[in-house]
Design a protein around this ligand. Sequence first.
Ligand SMILES: [Zn+2]
Length: 285
Amino acid sequence: MRAWIGLAVLLLGCASEPLPAPPTEPPTPAPVVELQPIVRSFRTVVVDAGHGGEDDGALGLSGVREKDVTLATAQRIAAALRKAGLVVIETRTDDSTVPLPRRTEIADASGAGLFLSVHANSAPNTAAHGIETYSMALASDESAMRLAERENRAEEVLSEAGLSRRPDDQIVDALRHGANADWSHALAQEVHRAAIKGLQRFYGKGVIQDRHQRTAPFWVLLDTEIPAILLEVGYLTEAGEEQRIRTRAYQDKVAEAVAEGVLAFVARAEAAEQGSPALSAPSSP
Ligand SMILES: [Zn+2]
């Protein structure tokens, strides 16, 4: 669609410009590059470790940095997805700075069919804890909006350092064209359900709080052309949770659950593509 719009603009542009003088010699024809459509597969997943490098993300009560937790967790998620037979592309595998637009470029260029961004939360209220899964849309509530502002701030910091562009004026426009919204919602639903079920079974319902599936205008989700979700694996500002989410055991449980949720989504999505109404009829809880 974008290519057609681009072509239309180009043609209109040509029509309103004065014609250039004819060249004296015929120009050498440019080699014809045959564009192949990008084939997207739901079985190729981009795993995005939030923050990194110059962007620490949130800071925990005892100093745990979000960017370290997200990297460790994302790497375990990537391993679990590969073990489940999926192809995984990681936006970073070390403590490097990756601007948000670069992350979505990686997703869009890779032929991946899913995008999963991993984060850890923070709150002024140090009693707040639990897991939230976001898909891209207008904020579902005020705290979701505040979270999106914090996560999007990484983009502003990097753009002020000359590393990236500012997202502001594009957010509302892109929201209006959220063709991916339903698919992203379904992906968030499967991953959130699996994460809550798996972690509560292991740690108990009193420990793992279900803070629900929500929506918010995250910049890193906005720009992708594929179903995209953002998982907040817990709060770094609650003492017990800060220590728990940095352990390998917790990260492995998150990874197992995410893999289960992604596989459930892939089954729904592939069924929907074959004409079954699976996507519009969510599977039972
Ligand atoms: Zn974050």
